[in-house]
Design a protein around this ligand. Sequence first.
Ligand code: FAD
Length: 411
Amino acid sequence: MHWLFGDQLGPHFLTPGEEGPGPETPLLMIEARSVFRRRRFHRAKAHLVLSAMRHRAAEPGDRVTYVRADTYRQGLARTARGRPVGVHHPTSHAALRLVRALPQVTVGPARGFLVPMTGFAAWADGHGGKRLRQEDFYRWVRRGHGLLMDGEQPAAGRWNLDHDNREPPPREAASLQVGRPYRPREDDIDEEVRHDLDRWERDGDVSFVGRDGPRLFPATRTEGLRALRRFVEHRLATFGPYEDAMLAADPVMSHSLLSSSLNLGLLDPVECVERAERAWREGRAPLNSVEGFVRQIAGWREYVWQLYWYFGEGYRRSNALGHTAPLPDWWNRLDADAVRANCLRTVLAQVRDTGWTHHIPRLRCSAVTRSSGAGTPPPSRTGSTAASWTATTGPCSPTSSACPSTPTAAG
Ligand SMILES: Cc1cc2nc3c(=O)[nH]c(=O)nc-3n(C[C@H](O)[C@H](O)[C@H](O)COP(=O)(O)OP(=O)(O)OC[C@H]3O[C@@H](n4cnc5c(N)ncnc54)[C@H](O)[C@@H]3O)c2cc1C
């Protein structure tokens, strides 16, 4: 039997080899309610994860046994009953501890990333104690995967096109003039999920934060592929120049909105970067946009994930800046209305209403605010505090997209 976690939903988690399941191996999925009790989820994220899992189990002709249980252990005991179970390496230390503690479970290598963890460890160890740099790693990945390469040289002779990708938003424009992103249509499974979440909340079993409007992100492989196609055909060309710009009235701009599909395992990062490269080679998107997109996936996404594992469990708690103040309650409640500083209010409202905001608001508004001012009174209370909160967004370099937090299962 092979166990699929809720973020291992695409076909690349089932291909044989490297301890993948055989074509006839029965599959097991466990929907564990305890996951939603352990920490407070955004309601739209809970909806998306459950919808994606239930859609996966409902795929016709599949061999999935879908169990609803209180905990993973209970679900496994009820279904596998002592039989051997294989699983691909999960995406958090906590989940890895769990599967390793279960004697019947064999853990295979991770999938859903470009570089095996052993490959990254060898690369990082090979630095002989020198500082690890994302740019070096990214070039190594490009070489190893032949991504945007012309023989031994980077495409068009340049590894880094950040210089072309620092445009401010067009003057006077409230939004970018670019094709709309793909948005899915809800179905009966979504209705059932919403009904269940309402009931769990009503029963006091779990509590969520944020709003759960119509589902905005793909829950199936088909939807994920549509989103990828729409992005590559209609939005990739303008991705690069504005990737580090923000517009209050246009939260999405030219971003791909693919992170949740990648994190749920609906899309393989390899297919995303290869399609983008093809668009450039066929003259459908300029190199700066394609390189910028490839850099986010094969560079940043990959690097943050690899560091999480390379530095071990203590990394999450390393707190290099020595911050100890708790996050304010209005922050934890995503209470945008309690905030007067426009940048922070706008971003909190986006997260409250959609569960998503792009990497620059995360970096410049939310992360910088968190790391500089957590625990101080909200900006609405005193003018001077508001000023200092706004000022904290200043020192960031305009193109810096360092990601100080670790991707979670569904972004
Ligand atoms: C402070 C901070 C916290 C973040 N937290 C998360 C998180 O919890 N989960 C998560 O998946 N991503 C996180 N990111 C990365 C990124 O912001 C989101 O993945 C991205 O906003 C998703 O939108 P998109 O798919 O439209 O991205 P696009 O801009 O279209 O980029 C394409 C893909 O590249 C990857 N990517 C883009 N920017 C980054 C980045 N800075 N670091 C790593 N990967 C990146 C994502 O997989 C994304 O789907 C964080 C970034 C920052 C700065």
